[in-house]
Design a protein around this ligand. Structure first.
Ligand SMILES: Nc1ncnc2c1ncn2[C@@H]1O[C@H](COP(=O)(O)OP(=O)(O)OP(=O)(O)O)[C@@H](O)[C@H]1O
Length: 304
């Protein structure tokens, strides 16, 4: 798999505190990578390092295959756009004027493309309205347009829907999906709201206390969150044999528990287990939601 961003043992230390602690992450090309973690987990710190706003204390990362210590890293960074914390926009300027400023900063040869960008982010009708009078959603979309000015193929968005109303959230979501599908832009999106990310992410990286606790594709996550029957039995080995014979998918989750997926004929299973002298001690349907997956994952994370 081709990766746009890889980090290797990335560490950022402030005095004795490690905001990032040996962090390893992999953002595949074309992905919408949901970077999920509680407040203070280290998401913004990681983003600041990747954007070159801060230097790592230890470890390294590579962007488009270029290591952060290589001379070519600033060239690689030019292929990337970012909206970190609040979008950096001039509040006394209109959307178009803001984009003109950005074009000048980037040394773009002409202002051609600005109207298309405004249209892309749904600000073509913002006209003479100054950014200070924009809604939060409009400001966020302008921030994205500014980040898109250099025609990047990798966009980093730090908490892009924070504080937006439902309509604003939908607009940002649709914009991200459109940019990903139509312009093949890879995204790294940080959020502490897993549910919102689940509507667009193709991959996830869960961060806790400066470490990636798990990286998982959306497909794998969906699989892990399927409905299943949680069985508590006296002998999981016998259970595994019986389930294998019945060609059922399962996973043994502890010494006496297993999750069984798919259609299950309970009486057939209980009879088969009885023949193996295995007792069913309890049985209940389990629907692991994204949120409980997340809570379990974070609750089970081990740290130094
Ligand atoms: N300059 C700094 N000096 C000391 N500690 C810092 C500094 N910057 C960040 N931290 C600490 O590092 C930890 C990670 O902060 P970070 O902003 O990366 O978290 P986050 O996951 O982005 O959280 P949030 O969702 O609240 O933005 C926090 O405990 C924060 O207090």
């Amino acid at each position: 798999m081709e990766y746009i961003l890889c980090t290797n043992g990335l560490t950022k230390q402030y005095r004795k505190f490690k905001a990032l602690n040996n962090l390893n992450m992999h953002v595949p090309k074309g992905a919408i990578y949901g970077f999920v973690g509680k407040n203070g987990a280290g998401k913004t710190t990681l983003i600041r390092l990747i954007c070159g706003l801060q230097e790592p204390t230890n470890g390294e990362y590579s962007l488009y295959g270029r290591k952060n210590t290589d001379g070519g890293i600033s060239k690689a960074r030019r292929r990337m756009g970012a909206v970190v914390e609040t979008p950096s926009i001039y509040l006394d300027l209109t959307a178009e004027e803001n984009l003109r400023e950005q074009y000048l900063v980037l040394g773009m040869p002409s202002f051609e493309g600005i109207q298309e960008l405004l249209k892309l982010v749904g600000l073509q009708d913002a006209g003479k309205k100054k950014a200070k009078n924009f809604s939060l959603g409009m400001k966020q979309r302008l921030g994205i347009a500014i980040a898109l000015a250099g025609d990047p193929d990798f966009l980093i968005l730090d908490e892009p829907v924070n504080g937006l109303d439902p309509q604003g959230i939908i607009e940002i979501r649709e914009l991200i999906l459109k940019l990903n599908r139509e312009r093949q832009i890879t995204f790294l999106i940080s959020s502490h709201i897993l549910d919102e990310l689940s509507r667009l992410a193709t991959h996830y990286g869960f961060i806790d206390q400066g470490q990636i606790v798990r990286e998982i594709s959306a497909e794998e996550l969906e699989h892990a969150c399927r409905k299943c029957i949680r069985l508590t039995v006296s002998d999981t080995r016998a259970l595994a044999c019986v389930l294998d014979k019945m060609r059922l998918e399962y996973s043994i989750v502890s010494e006496d528990e297993a999750d069984v997926f798919g259609e299950l004929n309970i009486s057939e299973l209980v009879l088969a287990l009885a023949q193996e002298e295995c007792q069913v001690l309890s049985l209940h349907e389990k629907d692991e939601s994204l949120e409980s997956y997340y809570v379990n994952l974070m609750g089970g994370a081990s740290h130094e």
